[in-house]
Design a protein around this ligand. Structure first.
Ligand code: UT7
Length: 330
């Protein structure tokens, strides 16, 4: 079954925990300093979900409630919920099912999607194709990650990078030219070991040994990931621009995954984009994995105009990467 419409983002919501973990506080925890963190990453502070009884589903549900409130939509009208996360509440069942129950979306089917920092873009691609199929009208796409749950706060090379948060969008059919126009998604599994949480899955089920070896924390080899991320995010952004005959002047906003300010700057340069057109909030939230891109959309939503041309781009563990071109529809 095909349809005549594309998907559009019709509302954006978010959730950020209150606790602010500053570079100054990290200086007291590990051998680091504000200047190193700021110049190497662009991060000043990040949010941490301190309540041990709350996790990714709670944050996803808070973001979803804000989306529904904005659109004045009954939760029972939601057809599907996709939660992109690498920090699910449990190995199973899906965080999306827990989210569904919290918000009362009892007619939805709900599932998680695992694509690390590209999770939101992969979920947007999945959700928009569900709308385009004509079988679904209202699809919630949320990125939610409680990165503090898998961060080793004695490892200075990773603990300075990550933060907690969630944000998401509602996808609905578009009847005009605005909406999600195109996307290019990539994966490459041969560098898996450079960015991984190796303990707790079926390969290395939890044992005293996996815990002693800290295998339940993020492990990252920063330099090779940095190199591939810089190439991957810039290449795919330029690729989607060429495919859609866009120049740097045509693009109104780059909405980049927020892993490192240097990666974002390199991508914007390759796109020939004026720096004023780049959404950057890494200074406030750090890397919230699947939440970075929708958190940018949330922070900038009052400055966006209907018809604005946005390129969304991400790179993450897997590796996974991609870019989406859309015309803002709100
Ligand atoms: O979001 C998913 C994808 N992830 C990414 O895109 C992250 C990609 N990687 C990066 O962003 C960067 O590689 C990092 C920010 C993680 C690290 O920056 P870097 O410029 O690549 O630093 P490096 O790992 O090459 O380390 C340079 C030096 C090392 O010291 P020596 O060996 O030169 O003496 C590190 O030990 O900086 C040291 N270092 C630190 N110093 C102070 C590493 N972490 C810290 C720290 N504070 N927190």
């Amino acid at each position: 079954m095909s349809s005549n419409y594309k998907a559009k983002i019709s509302a954006v919501g978010h959730y950020l925990p209150d606790y602010v973990l500053t570079n100054q506080e990290l200086e007291k925890m590990v051998e680091t300093n504000d200047e190193w963190i700021l110049t190497r990453t662009g991060i000043r502070e990040r949010r941490i979900l301190k309540d041990p009884d709350k996790a990714s589903a709670f944050m996803a549900a808070e973001a979803a409630k804000e989306v529904l409130e904005q659109r004045k939509m009954d939760p029972e009208a939601i057809d599907a919920i996709i939660v992109a996360t690498v920090t699910p509440d449990y190995m199973f069942p899906a965080t999306a099912c827990i989210t569904q129950t919290i918000i009362g979306a009892k007619n939805a089917f709900a599932f998680d999607l695992s694509a690390a920092c590209s999770g939101f873009l992969y979920a947007l691609e999945t959700g928009s194709n569900m709308i385009e199929s004509g079988r679904y009208k209202n699809v919630l796409v949320i990125g939610s990650d409680k990165m503090s749950a898998i961060t080793d706060y004695t490892d200075r090379s990773t603990c300075i990078l990550f933060g907690d948060g969630a944000a998401g969008v509602l996808l609905e059919p578009s009847v005009d030219e605005n909406g999600i126009i195109d996307s290019i998604m990539h994966s490459e599994g041969d560098m898996t070991q450079t960015l991984i949480q190796s303990g707790g899955g079926s390969r290395n089920p939890a044992t005293h040994e996996t815990v002693d070896k800290k295998m339940h924390y993020i492990y990252q080899e920063g330099r090779p990931v940095f190199k591939r991320a810089t190439e991957g995010m810039a290449d795919v952004s330029v690729e989607i621009m060429k495919k859609n005959n866009l120049t740097g002047d045509d693009v109104d906003w780059l909405v980049p995954h927020q892993a490192n300010l240097r990666i974002i700057d390199a991508t914007a340069r390759r796109m020939n984009l004026d720096p004023s057109k780049v959404m950057i909030n890494i200074d406030k939230y750090g890397n919230t994995t699947a939440a970075t891109i929708p958190l940018c959309l949330y922070d900038w939503k009052d400055r966006l105009n209907k018809g604005d041309k946005l390129v969304l781009a991400a790179f993450g563990g897997g590796y996974t990467w991609g870019a989406t071109y859309l015309k803002w529809a709100i």
